[in-house]
Design a protein around this ligand. Structure first.
Ligand SMILES: *Cc1c(COP(=O)(O)O)cnc(C)c1O
Length: 477
């Protein structure tokens, strides 16, 4: 079919009336999706649909494209928008994203630098978050794709602080060592690999009751120093990926101060207990003493993908790890080239999108109290799930639930291998039936069912029905 926009005047619509009508139709269909989300769990993508994605690039009408997106795209989401999705650690997205997404699409801001509104809004979002995290005034930050990228940025700042020459001449033969508790997220290891520090130089310190053993940590640091290494970085967990546990962040800050280490906190989801009620808020006490924090808005602040943040207490250290302005990027006092400082001097990306708008829209629309209440509620639901698991004679928790993560086996009375098989099978069956999404993890040498509740749409009856479904399958198995 002939393409309106392929005509003489290029890519903008020739017929605005028609384009408006089709854009409104897309909005209505998107709103339907959102309102009926509970009836739309994950489903497998049929082969014919996968094939329909093949790019033809031959032009089509807006009406055709809206129809195709409605039929071929919207139904095949990743499940995380559904009220009974607790797999991995994934956020649900918010209705506010729809509003922010529309405005963001037409502004098309490049927030690498220069003088325009999106950059001022990003600074405001960063500063609000800094305050919630108890970080000092003057802390710098930059919104990024997620905690993985935030971690790379933080670690590079930590390294430049101890090796000011590293940007110029590389790391040479210096052996830097980093410390984290066992169970640290893979993002830490990956960042150390990317920076050329090497994962062998990440010391995994044993845990006691889910927290890094501080005596073992001090002993390992001393041993490494004696062997000629240069300890530079201590990584704390605020919400471990497997069990949702928290290091003693004040204890880590004391060790970091004594040993002159950079303290980084992986708070991808768990940092957000800062705005929850006690006792969960207390889990992240001490986080503000970190030199850097990596966290996500797209997990436990429910904002649509993608959006993470790195916060760095020492702005000068942050800037000196990344700033580099060739002549074509020189700043000016006035005009569009003003607006210093530019975000490109605080991270890897030069061109960057407008991630702040969706965060700002969510904060302004819902307010901190409602977001904090949703986080508190998720912790309560994890505790409820633990209670229901414990009430079933043959189910067993891997560990007590401390925040929003509940890990359990469905049939503790079976042999270990049979339990692993059954737990994996139950996860798959429930995913495919659309009843609930658990993921799996390994604990006590078993594959277990795991729920990480970062879902503002979940209610007590969702937990109840999901555990009942697990019990039903466990009995049949
Ligand atoms: C998800 C997660 C990460 C990685 O964050 P991304 O936003 O996926 O890059 C790191 N640490 C923890 C604890 C996580 O849960």
């Amino acid at each position: 079919m002939a393409n309106d926009s392929a005509k003489s005047c290029g890519l903008d619509p020739d017929n605005w009336k028609n384009f408006r009508a089709e854009a409104h139709r897309m909005l209505e269909t998107s709103l339907d999706q959102l309102q009926q989300v509970a009836e739309r769990p994950w489903q497998e993508v049929p082969e014919a649909v996968k094939e329909s994605y093949a790019v033809e690039a031959s032009g089509a009408s807006a009406a055709e494209i809206v129809d195709r997106i409605t039929d071929e795209v919207l139904p095949y989401h990743g499940g995380n928008i559904h009220p009974r999705f607790w797999g991995w650690v994934q956020g649900t997205g918010l209705a506010s994203d729809l509003i922010a997404g529309m405005a963001g699409a037409v502004i098309n801001a490049n927030t690498g630098g220069r003088d325009h509104g999106a950059n001022y809004m990003e600074r405001a979002v960063i500063d609000w978050t800094r305050q919630k995290m108890d970080m000092p005034e003057g802390t710098s930050g930059v919104l990024v794709a997620g905690t993985s990228q935030a971690t790379v940025i933080a670690f590079q700042a930590a390294r430049v602080r101890v090796m000011p020459q590293v940007r110029k001449s590389g790391q040479g033969t210096t052996r830097l060592t980093a410390y984290a508790g066992q169970g640290i997220h893979n993002a830490t290891r990956k960042a150390l690999e990317l920076l050329g520090i090497g994962f062998e130089n990440l010391r995994l310190v044993p845990l006691i009751d889910g927290q890094m053993d501080l005596a073992a940590l001090r002993a390992q640091i001393a041993k490494d120093r004696a062997a000629g290494a240069q300890p530079f970085l201590l990584v704390g967990m605020a919400g471990s990926v497997d069990l949702g546990t928290y290091d003693d962040l004040n204890g880590l800050a004391d060790v970091a101060a004594d040993e002159d280490l950079w303290l980084h906190v992986d708070g991808a989801f768990g940092a957000w207990t800062r705005i929850a009620d006690d006792p969960w808020r207390g889990l992240s006490d001490g986080i503000g003493r970190a030199d850097s924090i990596a966290l996500d808005f797209h997990k436990w602040m429910y904002v649509g993908y993608d959006c993470g943040l790195v916060l760095i207490a020492d702005e000068a250290a942050h800037r000196s790890a990344f700033a580099a302005r060739p002549s074509y990027l020189e700043a000016a006092e006035r005009g569009l080239a003003g607006g210093d400082p530019w975000f490109c001097d605080y991270g890897i990306d030069l061109s960057r999108g407008n991630r702040a708008l969706k965060v700002w829209t969510a904060l302004e629309l819902y307010g901190e109290a409602a977001l904090g209440a949703a986080i508190t509620d998720n912790c309560r639901l994890a505790a409820l799930m633990a209670d229901e698991v414990t009430a079933h004679p043959n189910m067993r928790l891997a560990a007590p639930v401390v925040s929003n993560v509940c890990v359990f086996t469905a049939r503790n009375d079976l042999a270990p291998e049979a339990q692993s098989l059954l737990n994996s099978e139950i996860a798959q069956i429930l995913q495919e039936s659309g009843e609930a999404v658990f993921s799996t993890t390994r604990a006590d040498g078993l594959v277990m069912l795991r729920a990480a509740i970062t879902n503002h749409r979940s209610r007590a009856e969702d937990i109840h029905e999901a555990i009942a479904a697990v019990a039903r399958l466990a009995q049949a198995g």
